[in-house]
Design a protein around this ligand. Structure first.
Ligand SMILES: Nc1nc2c(c(=O)[nH]1)N[C@H]1C(S)=C(S)[C@@H](COP(=O)(O)O)O[C@H]1N2
Ligand SMILES: [Mo]
Length: 556
């Protein structure tokens, strides 16, 4: 009809292609996040990046404008910008391929960078944004190919259609008459169309809108799927938020002198959000405490079951224990120290009365993971506990909510079962566990080790006094001495912070008068039993890495 409508069609349909593609990508991204990296939903990470980047006045303005709805307003704002960029990508893609796809790719890069820079980023943090961008790019390519060819300026030759399509033509005609159908408003020909005939451009356009609508629908279904997948964990998070843990009958004070407070040095107590996470769970198991129970059975005189309420009614103690993963490389970060609240496993085992020839406890989590722990370690006087609290909170879901095991002195894979629901008293020659079935050692005592945290590797320093600092650990034995070696010089004693206990790591520092040049710093620890950390390099398989941690630094 009018040239205005035709001009509108030149960008409206391409813009619709862009919006539909991004809608599909966003939905698929949310589903990917729900499956692989719940903390890395593209919306959430971009929002969180913007919060980090926002100058203080912008934050104040947002809070003044939207109050406690400021976060929702931010997400809506991101959505609006996303739609605008998506529309622009569609409009650009038609005359200048692949500019539109590149623009969407750029959105993906923003998402990946935002995800990778979050404090709680996991190895798969990049995946939701990357998958979202790739699917949107593919969808755009697909939809642009199906855009109707630009209609001729003169009325297109009318074409008679099969009866099956005349129903849609009626609808379009009615819509145009009512002026209510968005489809009709894109449609310069519908007002003139005879009830029985329709132009090929109109058919192409409807077919295109069908594909575009399909893309939006796929996005919506994917997003809904992601939402439903996480419904369980949202419900459990809500329950967790209402829990107040009982006060400990015995507290574990952390001496002030345990924390050196050196910039860049790992804090002596690892905050929950920074605590390493290792498990085989693709989605964090959602366990409602009121459904939780622990069964102790196997080679015992009597089976014991324990519910959440029964566990919380027992006297719970605080203890500080450093957990470490067998996959931690020398100098690596798969280690953390927390204040745990829990009940001694020893007491529960005693209630069950194990038979004299049992030597192992196979713990099992709700998702089927198993760990084999020597029975003797669970029966001696160390703080091997069923933990319900971590650093003053109920266990975070990803750290085993509602109940996990914590055993001082053993790597996590043979002791620290999260979401634990079953303890089977058995024997090492009768049963094996998840990782021991996969080539890891049957026994996993944590090896004596030490790490340099500051200065950072490659950091450039000025000649003069430089603080070298780090942590050292030998759980359930304790650390007697830490020494630092510069290049091939003599080993120099470092100063130890106060140890919280033999079950925790200890901070150390060494004041170095650094001469100019490139230097290698090396650390070694000595256990309270006199064992000196070996320089023999061994990889993490099958029972933990050995060797000395080194840092190369440039002094000017
Ligand atoms: N259910 C379950 N518990 C588990 C694991 C697991 O894969 N599933 N991994 C273990 C390993 S290998 C380690 S190192 C610790 C890590 O505990 P964290 O994630 O709380 O740091 O959990 C242990 N408990
Ligand atoms: Mo581990």
């Amino acid at each position: 009809m009018t040239s205005g409508n035709e001009r509108a069609q030149h960008w409206l349909l391409p813009a619709a292609a862009g919006v539909a593609s991004v809608a599909l990508g966003t939905g698929v991204g949310e589903l990917t996040a729900a499956m692989l990296a719940p903390a890395s939903s593209p919306f959430v990470v971009v929002g969180s990046l913007l919060i980090d980047l926002a100058p203080p006045w912008a934050k104040d303005a947002a809070i003044a404008l939207f109050g406690t709805a400021d976060k929702a307003a931010l997400l809506v704002g991101i959505g609006i910008v996303l739609l605008a960029v998506a529309g622009a990508a569609g409009v650009l893609e038609v005359p200048r391929p692949p500019l539109g796809r590149l623009l969407i790719g750029l959105l993906g890069v923003v998402g990946v960078v935002a995800a990778a820079t979050r404090a709680n980023a996991t190895m798969l943090a990049f995946a939701p944004s990357a998958v979202a961008a790739i699917s949107a790019v593919l969808a755009l390519q697909f939809l642009v190919r199906r855009l109707p060819v630009a209609p001729a300026t003169s009325p297109a030759p009318a074409r008679s259609l099969a009866p099956a399509t005349s129903r849609r033509t009626d609808a379009a005609t009615r819509g145009a008459g009512a002026g209510a159908s968005p489809e009709a408003s894109f449609d310069p020909g519908s007002g003139a169309a005879d009830a029985a005939t329709v132009s090929p451009a109109t058919v192409d356009r409807r077919r295109f809108l069908g594909w575009a609508g399909g893309a939006v629908a796929v996005g919506a279904v994917a997003a809904l799927g992601g939402y439903l997948l996480q419904a369980g964990s949202r419900a459990v998070t809500a329950i967790r938020d209402t829990i107040t843990l009982p006060r400990p009958t015995a507290t574990a004070p952390v001496p002030a002198a345990a924390e050196l407070g050196i910039d860049g040095l790992a804090p002596v107590i690892t905050p929950n959000a920074q605590f390493y996470r290792i498990d085989t769970a693709l989605a964090v198991p959602a366990v409602d405490p009121s459904d939780w129970s622990l069964r102790i059975h196997g080679m015992v005189e009597r089976e014991v079951t324990l519910t959440w309420d029964e566990l919380l009614a027992l006297p719970l103690d605080e203890s500080v224990t450093t957990l470490a993963c067998v996959s931690n490389e020398v100098g690596g970060g798969l280690i953390g120290n927390a204040v745990w609240l829990g009940y001694p496993i020893r007491e529960l085992i005693a209630r069950a009365a194990p038979s004299a020839d049992a030597d192992m406890v196979l713990s099992r989590s709700v998702d089927g993971f198993t760990a084999s722990t020597p029975l003797a370690v669970l029966e001696d006087d160390r703080d091997a506990i069923l933990a319900v609290g971590m650093n003053g909170e109920p266990l975070p879901p990803e750290h085993g909510f509602p109940v996990r095991m914590v055993v001082p002195g053993l790597y996590g894979y043979v002791s620290a079962t999260k979401w634990v629901v079953d303890l089977e008293v058995t024997r090492f020659d009768r049963a094996t566990a998840y990782w021991t079935d996969r080539g890891w050692s049957e026994r996993g005592p944590i090896k004596l080790s030490s790490r340099i945290d500051v200065p950072r590797g490659g950091q450039s320093l000025t000649a003069g006094p430089v603080t070298v600092a780090g942590v050292a650990w030998r759980q359930h034995v304790g650390i007697d001495r830490v020494e630092v070696q510069v290049d091939d010089g003599a080993w120099q004693p470092a100063t130890l912070a106060t140890a919280i206990s033999i079950d925790t790591w200890v901070q150390w520092h060494y004041e170095w008068d650094a001469p100019a040049g490139t230097h290698t710093l090396r650390v070694r620890a000595t256990g309270a039993d006199g064992e000196v950390q070996t320089s023999r390099v061994q990889g993490v398989v099958p029972d933990g890495a050995t060797g000395l941690h080194e840092r190369s630094v440039e002094v000017r």
